[in-house]
Design a protein around this ligand. Structure first.
Ligand SMILES: [Zn+2]
Ligand SMILES: [Zn+2]
Length: 254
């Protein structure tokens, strides 16, 4: 029998042609790493075991390819400290033929102290997420925050202060809030001194708009009825003409 694609002798499609059509790959993922001790999350288990579990979930291959086993090696990227290089050697099988496949990937690292490191440094917090504005939105957003990054929460009259142990996590989460139309302000305040050094704490103010569908808003002196909210709002004026503009640039009128 011959491969119907390249004509080489083979039982059906040969390995090379099959892999060309169904390449083996590793999907992109993020790693959570303690920057103090190098622990790879989740906190239970050894680093290599944890990394293998995460990698296993992200291996993609055609269904005719069997992945029997794989080994990994990893190192911090020297040029980009927020990345880690991982080499994965896969032990595969296609129609009783065994072969190896090597994948080299670069994954983003989110730094956060692990439980034992954050306990050592007391009530740890790198950045405070200040959720303000629409109550429902605050509740919904808090529900989405990964609790392993939260060291404390303050309920205030004006909203929630969420103490995050990872600045990286705080920074990576705000893009999503901006897309939903929140106004974001970043500041930092002098927090104290440690070993003769000033320590600053970051604050990220996230103000959710209370504008909802069917509300009336004012934009450049014209009044619109809201059809869709988000980073960009869709409004309709009294003549039925639709217009899109940034939600943070308009004002709700009662
Ligand atoms: Zn072929
Ligand atoms: Zn640690």
């Amino acid at each position: 029998m011959f491969c119907p694609i390249c004509g080489k002798e083979s039982k059906g499609i040969c390995k090379e042609c099959y892999l060309k059509k169904n390449p083996i790959s590793i999907g992109n993922f993020q790693l959570i790493v303690c920057k103090k001790c190098g622990k790879i999350f989740p906190e239970i288990g050894e680093n290599e075991e944890n990394l293998k579990k995460i990698v296993r979930k992200n291996i993609f291959s055609g269904e005719m390819v069997k992945i029997n086993d794989f080994k990994i090696s990893y190192s911090k990227d020297e040029k980009f400290e927020k990345f880690m290089n991982i080499k994965v050697v896969l032990f595969c099988e296609y129609q009783d033929e065994k072969f190896e496949n090597e994948q080299n990937i670069k994954v983003r690292v989110i730094n956060t102290p692990c439980k034992s490191c954050s306990r050592k440094s007391g009530h740890y917090c790198e950045v405070v997420l200040q959720l303000r504005g629409d109550r429902e939105k605050i509740k919904e957003t808090y529900g989405k925050i990964d609790q392993i990054f939260v060291s404390d929460v303050d309920e205030l009259k004006e909203g929630l202060d969420v103490y995050l142990i990872s600045r990286d996590y705080g920074t990576s989460s705000i893009k999503q809030f901006a897309d939903e139309g929140a106004v974001i302000k970043r500041t930092s305040k002098l927090w104290g001194m440690k070993d003769g050094q000033r320590i600053y704490r970051g604050y990220i103010l996230v103000k959710f708009s209370d504008i909802k569908v069917n509300d009336k808003v004012k934009y450049k002196d014209k009044i619109y009825k809201v059809l869709k909210t988000g980073k960009f709002l869709m409004g309709e004026n009294e003549t039925g003409k639709k217009k899109q503009f940034r939600m943070k640039n308009c004002e709700k009128i009662e």
